[in-house]
Design a protein around this ligand. Structure first.
Ligand code: UD1
Length: 420
């Protein structure tokens, strides 16, 4: 696995283009299983998770090719309805193929995802929703086996607002006979992006962008060309990086509306933000004010930006509280940030960060994508040299992060290494 060697203390300035959203792409790609033909997805990020999904769909007979940011997918010849453990263990979002497969082919075999770096992550809501639509589900040898002679519309209330469960059940409901009502559906922009693509493919979905979705089943869908949304989490990471280095950076290809919670907190911390069209400029010339955050479902502060915010608050002029209500144990970055000198105390799912402690370079690592991003941010401001191991995890979700940061003035060297 590669590692990054980072020299801290450089101010970031300039312009950077944000890539298409990882999580939206991973919800859009499996939809090609629902209609035969040629699909084109624009604004697709060139990241490992997209390669993994391409390989998984490839094993099912979909021909995938990424040219620049255009992903070409030909689903004319589907030959398998199985998502094997080898792919699912690399990426939990592989489970997104379950709904499309069972809806179109009446059967699916998908490896059950295990826990992940930040705790148990059940899929009970995905399975309950599909069962309500008439799928028979059994678990055998670590696999979810789903079968149906035909899905039919149902009223489904999600006990917890879940992005993945909403995506899986929504895609299945589109081909179910009759009407389906989903309540407490997730509102995340990635879900909305998926619903919009389904509508373009011929689905009938009402209430898009709200937590109540009404779906009138249709018999078939057709292939489409679609534009992916920008990655709000990559954008938040770059905004925080600019603020931490007291820089001035313009982000291109962003949707500021999707970033309202993060922008509002950045302003509370003292950053100057300007939104013009699909760009955001951020400027910061002082230490941030201590600013508490509590993660929540959209439009609240995203759990995927919690680790980066925590790194930001290591520079604050006082103590701030960072609470994660979505994943209570998602704090693997804390011991690593402490190795750089951060003052952080944990109390259940809250981190108390006291800013201003001197940060000095160290060797750090994490097995979680966003935690790894927070380590890069900390290394950008730590005195001297840091090494970030297991860059593999960053490559899963950030397109060429070191190249983009270096173009803004950072000093990050990627070194090929066998170290694990
Ligand atoms: C998606 C995102 C992930 C983000 C998360 C929360 C993708 C590929 N990943 O993950 O980056 O951190 O949303 O915004 O889009 N839950 C259950 N049972 C279920 C499903 C979920 O109890 O069947 C719980 C989870 O443990 C968690 C909460 O619901 O506490 C929300 O999780 P969910 O929205 O489902 O996250 P993912 O879709 O897995």
């Amino acid at each position: 696995m590669d590692k990054f060697v980072i020299e801290g203390g450089r101010r970031l300035s300039g312009r950077v283009k944000i890539s298409g959203a990882k999580n939206a792409t991973l919800a859009l790609m499996p939809l090609v299983l629902m209609a035969p033909g040629v699909f084109r997805l624009h604004n697709t990020p060139n990241i490992r998770d997209v390669w993994t999904m391409s390989r998984l769909l490839g094993e099912m007979g979909v021909h995938c090719e990424l040219n620049g940011d255009e992903l070409f997918l030909d689903s004319s010849n589907i030959t398998s309805h199985e998502a094997p453990y080898e792919q699912v263990k690399k990426m939990r979002a592989s489970i997104n193929v379950l709904g499309p497969l069972v809806a179109r082919y009446g059967e699916a075999k998908v490896s059950l995802p295990g826990g992940c770096a930040f705790g148990p992550r059940p899929v009970d809501l995905h399975l309950k929703g599909l069962e309500k639509l008439g799928a028979e589900i059994t678990i055998e040898n670590g696999y979810i086996l789903a079968k149906t002679s035909g899905l039919r519309g149902a009223k489904i209330h999600f006990d917890i607002s879940s992005v993945g469960a909403t995506e899986n059940v929504l895609s299945a409901a589109v081909l179910a006979s009759g009407t389906t009502l989903l309540t407490n559906a997730a509102l995340e922009p990635e879900v909305t992006a998926q619903a919009r693509m389904l509508v373009k493919m011929g689905a009938k979905i009402y209430g898009i962008g709200t937590n109540t979705l009404e779906i009138e089943g249709v018999n078939e869908l057709h292939a489409v060309e679609e534009e992916n949304i920008p990655d709000r989490i990559e954008a938040a990471t770059f905004l925080i990086a600019a603020a931490m280095t007291r820089g001035k950076v313009l982000l291109e290809n962003v949707n500021a509306y999707h970033l309202s919670a993060v922008i509002s907190k950045l302003e509370e911390a003292g950053c100057i933000i300007d939104v013009t069209g699909d760009t955001i400029t951020i400027e910061m010339d002082s230490a941030p004010k201590p600013t508490d955050i509590t993660t929540a479902t959209y439009p609240g502060f995203p759990t995927d930006s919690q680790a980066q915010w925590l790194a930001f608050m290591m520079l604050a002029t006082g103590t701030s509280k960072i609470t994660d209500t979505i994943y209570h144990t998602r704090f693997h970055h804390v011991p690593e940030l402490q190795r750089l000198g951060a003052k952080i105390e944990m109390a259940e799912n809250t981190a108390l960060v006291t800013g201003g402690a001197p940060l000095t370079g160290a060797t750090v690592m994490s097995a979680d994508l966003r935690a790894s991003a927070s380590l890069i941010l900390a290394a950008l401001v730590a005195e001297g040299r840091s090494e970030i191991l297991r860059v593999y995890h960053l490559d899963r979700g950030y397109e060429a992060i070191e190249k983009k940061l270096n173009s803004l003035g950072a000093s990050i060297l990627r070194i090929k290494t066998e170290e694990f």
